[in-house]
Design a protein around this ligand. Structure first.
Ligand code: ADP
Ligand code: MG
Length: 674
């Protein structure tokens, strides 16, 4: 049966046009077509029975069709009037003038799309149409996500030809659980989702499919965790003596939150199973210090550690910080970034391979082929969401399944990370080191900018330093870059002539960037104007003012990360937001950022406003793309499936789960690489 499902579509003789389109939709096997569910359903009805806001499909005779250019724009609008026995409707097409030549008066045509009643008339904006359609009984008509070269009705036909294969799809649920939940059986759910008999059947089908999809993912996750949990290949020894020696390197006492996380990490490293932990905490909360503690445990056990960061600036900063912590130790820390001299690089790689280097810090360069470790025991991945699943896997492949500590300052909301990752493998630092006070954030109206500049002048005279962030939509756009440079010039010559102003932007080479940042860090510049390159990285405790121009262009997470660049020292810090938000969402974002400094609250708001699709942590979580479920809308079903997968663990047929995963997701199924 499963062979039928995984066979390709070649035997169907569909023709080049359709095969090409299916290829673009990544529908290669029978099961892929069955898992290509409609993105929506149109209600087939008569014009007289329409309700406004409905997505409908109506059939009528064409009365007339005409194209005209919309006033004051280059858009061409084609209007086609259709009539059935109950009324008439105007179908409006944009920039498809050829349609008027196709939908000729007298033809019978079906149009599908959202309908609206306005100015005493019905209009429809068709997402698809069909001339001389087959029988049109009332009911629900599937609408598929399409690509050029294939019509929705052609996909529906293809699904009809293949739907009998659904009888061969195994149910991942234990029989008793499926019976207890009274879920619609698998094959029936596939049939109803593609061609619903009525609303009730459709709802029941979607529920059954979603639940099974989530259950399968959760059961798969548990399987992998279990097999990893029995792995005793890399048990580290931790004792009181090691603990005391390691803590001596830190010139401060760890916060309560840091101590808690260190204990969690110790437990991971010294019990069977590889550590695969996600460490979340605001910028400056002391994640790096905790990561070094983990590295020291690895070193003491005879292993090496790697720190990978997404930018060179950040890698250099880690290198500097780690070197400073370890100044009085025999631990050797090295830095590897792109664009190094080959001779330097070769020497560095030799030392790494021979084990002379204990900790290597670097960028993506670490995953290049020429990098080899003697004995890699721990990978620390900073800003982990900036790396793809493959990059993270590539670093891990440099050792024999080393432990992983992934770090992120862009928190995934608690509810979500619990469900996706499980409560046990996420650590949170929710406490800042002592002596920091929250950054005061103000949204400054244009008219009040001069007053704001005065305030900044006072801070600068008082020994403070300021960032001016000027966001570019596109770092490689020369026009935009020019306006950023002009902005810096104005600051330097007009606004703050008495202070020293520097500029960093994305098109500068690394050395110049570093030089400017270094001058700012050392106090040779008072103001650093920057495009978003300071988003991650740079630690300048004296910087206590940040101004963000066009703040409305930033997302919440980004604004919050930027704010983390100030508030690192003893002085009160300020964030001033400039900008003219034109959308309600932009206004809301600025208000949220002014109201709270709690990263998790901000993440929850971000999730509410943007939805899950955009969400940094999940896009790259390694989860496969879902066929029916939606991580945002179906959080309830996801949570239930997670609980059920745990409760029914003893009854789960492991082979069947593996087969189902292979069938539905194939190689794409890389379980939660945190
Ligand atoms: P993160 O990696 O979360 O951004 P870091 O570990 O780089 O945070 O810490 C930020 C700054 O705070 C560093 O200068 C570090 O030396 C300092 N720091 C970290 N933990 C503490 C602590 N417990 N007490 C005082 N300072 C700390
Ligand atoms: Mg950091």
């Amino acid at each position: 049966m499963a062979d039928d499902l995984t066979q390709t579509l070649d035997h169907l003789r569909l023709g080049d046009r359709i095969m090409g389109a299916l290829d673009r939709l990544k529908l290669k096997r029978v099961i892929d077509v069955l898992n290509h569910f409609p993105r929506g359903y149109n209600r087939r009805t008569t014009i007289g029975a329409l309700k406004t806001g409905m997505t409908a499909s109506v059939t009528g005779k064409v009365l007339n069709a005409a194209t005209k250019a919309a006033r004051r724009s280059r858009v061409k609008v084609t209007e086609v009037v259709l009539q059935d026995a109950t009324g008439s409707i105007k179908a409006v097409f944009f920039n498809q003038p050829w349609i008027a030549g196709k939908l000729l008066p007298g033809l019978t045509v079906r149009v599908s799309g959202p309908v609206e009643y306005a100015y005493h008339a019905w209009t429809i904006k068709p997402t698809s149409f069909e001339i001389n359609p087959a029988g049109q009984e009332p009911g629900l008509e599937p609408e598929y996500a399409l690509t050029q070269g294939i019509e929705s009705s052609e996909l529906a036909d293809l699904v009809s030809r293949l739907i009998h294969h659904a009888d061969g799809i195994a149910d991942p649920l234990p029989e008793k659980l499926a019976a207890g939940l009274r879920l619609m059986p698998v094959a029936e759910a596939y049939r109803q989702a593609h061609k619903p008999a009525n609303d009730g059947a459709l709802q029941a089908a979607l529920l059954a499919l979603k639940y099974r999809e989530f259950f399968l993912l959760q059961a798969g996750l548990r399987l992998r965790r279990r097999s990893e949990a029995q792995d005793t290949g890399m048990l580290f020894h931790v004792d009181e003596d090691l603990r005391a020696r390691a803590l001596k390197y830190f010139p401060f006492e760890m916060t309560g939150a840091q101590k808690r996380v260190c204990a969690e990490i110790e437990r991971d490293l010294s019990s069977p199973g590889r550590m695969h932990r996600l460490l979340q905490g605001d910028v400056g909360s002391g994640k790096t210090a905790v990561a070094l503690y983990a590295a020291l445990i690895a070193l003491d056990n005879g292993y090496q550690a790697a720190f990978m960061a997404p930018t060179e600036v950040l890698a250099r900063q880690h290198f500097r910080n780690l070197s400073e912590y370890l100044r009085k130790s025999k631990v050797r820390v090295d830095l590897l970034v792109g664009g190094m001299k080959k001779s330097d690089r070769d020497r560095l790689c030799d030392d790494l391979e021979s084990g002379k280097t204990h900790i290597i810090v670097g960028t993506h360069a670490l995953i290049e082929d020429y990098v080899k470790f003697r004995k890699l025991g721990l990978c620390v991945i900073d800003e982990q969401h900036k790396f793809g699943v493959n990059q993270r896997a590539a670093l891990r492949a440099k050792g024999n399944r080393p432990h992983i500590l992934a770090m992120s300052a862009t928190p995934i909301p608690r509810t979500l990370s619990m469900t996706l990752y499980g409560a046990l493998d996420v650590s949170i630092i929710d406490e800042l080191p002592p002596g920091r006070s929250p950054v005061i954030t103000e949204w400054v109206h244009r008219a009040r900018q001069p007053a704001c500049f005065e305030r900044i002048r006072k801070e600068l005279k008082d020994g403070g330093r300021a960032y001016f962030i000027y966001p570019l939509v596109n770092e490689s756009d020369t026009l935009e870059l020019k306006s950023a440079i002009e902005f810096a010039e104005t600051l330097k010559n007009e606004t703050f002539p008495e202070f020293r102003v520097g500029l960093v932007h994305g098109q500068m080479n690394a050395a110049d960037k570093d030089k400017a940042m270094d001058m700012f860090r050392r106090g040779q510049l008072d103001i650093l104007a920057a495009t978003v390159v300071v988003e991650v990285g740079v630690d300048v405790p004296e910087a206590n003012v940040m101004v963000i121009e066009n703040a409305e262009r930033f997302g919440l997470a980004q604004l919050h990360q930027l704010r983390g660049r100030v508030g690192r020292g003893k002085k009160q810090s300020w964030l001033f937001l400039f900008g003219d938000p034109h959308t309600e969402d932009a206004v809301k974002r600025l208000m949220v950022i002014c109201k709270t400094t709690d990263g998790f609250k901000i993440a929850e708001e971000d999730l509410k406003m943007r939805g899950f699709g955009d969400f940094a942590g999940t896009r790259q979580s390694g989860l496969p793309k879902l066929h029916v479920g939606d991580f945002e809308r179906d959080l309830g079903a996801l949570e239930r499936a997670r609980q059920d997968a745990a409760r029914w663990a003893a009854h789960i047929d492991e082979d069947r789960i593996r087969q189902c995963l292979e069938l539905h997701y194939g190689r794409k199924y890389r379980l939660l690489d945190v």
